[in-house]
Design a protein around this ligand. Structure first.
Ligand code: VG1
Ligand code: CO
Length: 565
């Protein structure tokens, strides 16, 4: 087929700066003439993909099919030799990471705004991943951003759109395109990690007393969930709900937490389901929720780290190290300490874990934002975390054959050994950028002048007192390549070890979002009753004090957070 390469004149757009995880904006912004093309060309101007293989994946949200065609046309004109594309433009973020690694691709472009809503009036996103399968590090995203500021033209190959609905090998001008089954490689990967036979026999034996419900939230994971939970592990089709990926996620907010995954929570409670789980739009987040038992993500990663070596075949040869993002609770540190493992603390965003994994220093890590994963790929992995929990529960039940061990029992056992870090996050979404900046400035002023350290604050409702031990602005130096990331959040620590963190979100598409993270540790000696307290109760006093110290309500003009997780 003959083809022509066109050079199209364009002008830079403001604000094409990738955030915590790619460039995320309203669909309408991406639909402006040249907007998406500029950003895609800026990627190819920043990474030399000539003669290389590039993976294209995404969560199937609105505007994805069109953007796949744009990437094929611009990528091909820029010399990409081969594209590997998920059928119907679908590859979950973890599946894409796996495909990049498995087929030794040069990189990948993921079309997703993750847990942000989709549809013509909602969000779209583009994210570049590098050859280790992980999100591009800051030096690459900075370069892309610089290119977007000076771009004057982009290259485009003049060819008709490729049909993405049929798997197979195709020719696209000078490039080859392989359209692959979105699910197959990923299922094989999980089969190589977990003890599927053990999980299967546990589920089968306890079919009446241990019911499972997986919620795909109409994001990308429906087909993956069905392939694993129904086709491989033998659960009935009713064990999977909202499993058809929709371009607008059915109008919902595909974010697996107690607020947005309420349908799962309601079904788990009303149908007496022992193990419920959900994942987000692009499949990298997860929530574990059984009847009456919610597992915070910070606890989830700690529990996985605690059981991994014993229960999960992939980790039989040993866990190399563990890590958490800075705002994530310290629960995993208590596990690391007991096991003599290194525990790293990195800034928010999965890209910071990749270097540690590549250097062989890290096996298991997590973020409080419902992100859990390991070095099997370089993205967090929702379905992986859910199967990890099933594997651990199956194993725990093999050890205790006479009494069913469910989520509640596993949590109790864990707190009795390690104590419990009560943790919660308050999100103030779409507040004025000015107010958010004032809040941050005021905290920074306290940090520079040391005006909070040593002050004592009393909660009016609980009578607890908290004395500030230290305040700091979190900076990170990567232990592998020495790169420095500054201003990653303000931390206030108290003399009892409690902690409050303030951060501005880097994934929103409009206004500013302020996150406040609160954590309070209770040692095992406090006893079963105190360890089993409701999170909101366990943190009540500390939250009052955090709001008072930061004057958050004044600066943001908000009485209440938008979302509490
Ligand atoms: C949020 C979370 C962060 C996560 C990021 C991407 O970022 O806090 O932990 O890595 O989303 O997750 P921010 O900057 O808004 O706080 V995903 O599933 O959206 O790619
Ligand atoms: Co996500």
């Amino acid at each position: 087929m003959s083809y022509k390469i066109q050079e199209i004149a364009t002008k830079p757009f403001d604000g094409q700066k990738p955030g915590t995880s790619g460039l995320r904006k309203r669909v309408k912004v991406f639909q402006q003439e040249h907007y998406t093309e500029n950003f895609v060309q800026a990627i190819f101007d920043s990474v030399d993909a000539k003669g290389q293989t590039i993976v294209i994946g995404g969560d199937g949200r609105y505007f994805s099919p069109e953007t796949v065609q744009t990437i094929l046309k611009i990528g091909s004109a820029n010399g990409v030799a081969k594209f590997i594309v998920g059928k119907d433009a679908i590859l979950s973020t973890p599946a894409a990471s796996n495909v990049i690694r498995k087929y030794k691709a040069y990189g990948g472009i993921l079309l997703t705004a993750s847990h942000n809503p989709g549809g013509p009036n909602a969000d779209f996103g583009i994210k570049y991943n590098v050859s280790n399968g992980g999100p591009a590090p800051e030096n690459v995203t900075d370069k892309i951003f610089e290119k977007t500021k000076t771009i004057s033209s982009y290259k485009l190959i003049d060819l008709p759109a490729l049909d993405l609905s049929k798997a197979g090998s195709f020719t696209f001008g000078p490039s080859k395109v392989e359209i692959i089954d979105s699910v197959k490689d990923y299922v094989e990967l999980l089969e190589s990690i977990f003890d599927f036979d053990l999980i299967k026999s546990f589920l089968l034996t306890n079919a009446d007393s241990f019911k499972v419900l997986f919620d795909g939230m109409h994001g990308v994971t429906g087909p993956y969930g069905r392939a694993i939970f129904v086709d491989t592990l033998g659960l009935p089709p009713s064990a999977v709900q909202n499993a058809v990926p929709l371009p607008d996620f059915g109008g919902g907010h595909p974010d697996p937490n107690l607020t947005y995954a309420h349908e799962l929570v309601e079904n788990v409670e009303s149908r007496n389901i022992q193990f419920g789980a959900a994942s987000d739009g692009d499949g990298d987040r997860n929530m574990i929720y059984g009847k009456g038992a919610f597992v915070t993500p910070s606890d989830s990663v700690a529990i996985i780290a605690d059981w991994a070596e014993e229960a999960i075949p992939y980790f039989k040869s040993g866990v190399k190290g563990v890590a958490r993002s800075m705002p994530t609770s310290k629960q995993i540190e208590y596990v690391a300490k007991k096991k003599g493992l290194n525990c790293y603390e990195v800034p928010t965003g999965w890209k910071f874990f990749g270097n540690l994994m590549d250097a062989g220093k890290l096996s298991i890590c997590g973020e409080e934002s419902f992100g859990t994963g390991s070095d099997h790929i370089r993205e967090k992995d929702g379905v992986w975390a859910i199967v990890a929990w099933l594997n651990i529960l199956a194993f725990a039940n093999k050890k205790s054959p006479n009494k069913l061990v469910g989520i509640t029992e596993l949590l109790q056992q864990h707190y009795e050994v390690y104590g419990r870090s009560f943790f919660s996050r308050y999100d103030y979404e779409e507040v004025s950028s000015e107010g958010a900046q004032k809040l941050v400035d005021a905290l920074n002023a306290h940090i520079t002048k040391g005006t909070l350290a040593g002050t004592t604050h009393k909660s009016a409702s609980t009578g607890q007192t908290f004395t500030v031990a230290d305040t700091l602005n979190f900076d990170y130096t990567d232990p592998v390549d020495g790169s420095v990331s500054k201003n990653q959040g303000q931390i206030v620590t108290f003399s009892d070890g409690s902690r409050v963190v303030f951060r501005l979100s880097g994934t929103g598409s409009q206004g500013a979002t302020v996150r406040m993270y609160v954590e309070r540790y209770v040692a095992p000696a406090a006893g079963a009753a105190e360890l089993a307290t409701e999170t909101a109760q366990g943190l009540k006093g500390l939250i009052e004090v955090a709001l008072e110290i930061s004057k958050l309500k004044e600066f943001l003009g908000r009485e209440k957070p938008t979302v509490i997780t």
